[in-house]
Design a protein around this ligand. Structure first.
Ligand SMILES: [Fe+2]
Length: 213
């Protein structure tokens, strides 16, 4: 079994079945011009919704039907026969977490309590951002880059496809989606430009602080 702490509200984003597409925490055009309404419309309205719909379809009348999202992820991770359910459950969780990782008022300096942790772990906020950007740009193919808390220290990790650090016993603080569907309409192949714009203008340090507390 995984080490997901399902008693911690910061890691519990989904109630039991049927799973619902949570509302966006802001308007579809609120992150423009960094992430356009067109991208949000497809990414949230088609991709995220698709993961939720597929999850509900795949778990209907199975042992997973009444489990929370986090328990489904914990029960199917690393099990080839549960791959379709894992992928859709994890992508449902990841996207809900990703929307909260950005804010129209994001970017800039982290709040003091988080900045202190960042400086202790990376040396400076710039060094932390550079490490996040490097992980995001170097993830080969589809995936995610994450700021996580592990044994009291902040770390940057990247995951492939639907993988989520929850299953590795680390606590996600924020994430950036680096699947092409996250940026291709706005940036085409320029993933690095998308990542640096998100880090400079949208990254939600307040959300990271809440998760770290
Ligand atoms: Fe995505």
């Amino acid at each position: 079994m995984s080490k997901i702490d399902t008693s911690n509200p910061s890691t519990v984003l989904g109630a039991a079945s049927p799973h619902v597409l949570p509302p966006l925490p802001y308007a579809e055009n609120a992150l423009e011009p960094i992430v356009t309404a067109k991208t949000m419309n497809f990414h949230y309205g088609k991709h995220h919704k698709g993961y939720v719909d597929n999850l509900n379809k795949f778990i209907a009348e199975t042992e997973y039907a009444d489990l929370s999202l986090e328990k489904i992820i914990a029960s199917t991770t690393g099990r080839p026969e549960g791959a379709a359910i894992f992928n859709n459950a994890a992508q449902t969780w990841n996207h809900t977490f990703y929307w909260k990782s950005m804010s129209p008022k994001g970017g800039g300096e982290p709040p003091a309590a988080l900045k202190q942790k960042i400086v202790a772990s990376f040396g400076s906020v710039d060094a932390c951002k550079k490490e996040l950007a490097s992980a995001a740009v170097s993830q080969f193919g589809s995936g995610w880059c994450w700021l996580v808390l592990e044994s009291g220290k902040l770390k940057v990790v990247k995951t492939a496809n639907a993988e989520v650090p929850l299953t590795k016993g680390t606590k996600p603080l924020l994430t950036i989606d680096v699947w092409e569907h996250a940026y291709y309409l706005d940036y085409q192949n320029r993933r690095a430009d998308y990542v640096s714009a998100v880090l400079d203008k949208l990254i939600n340090w307040e959300f990271a602080l809440q998760n770290a507390s």
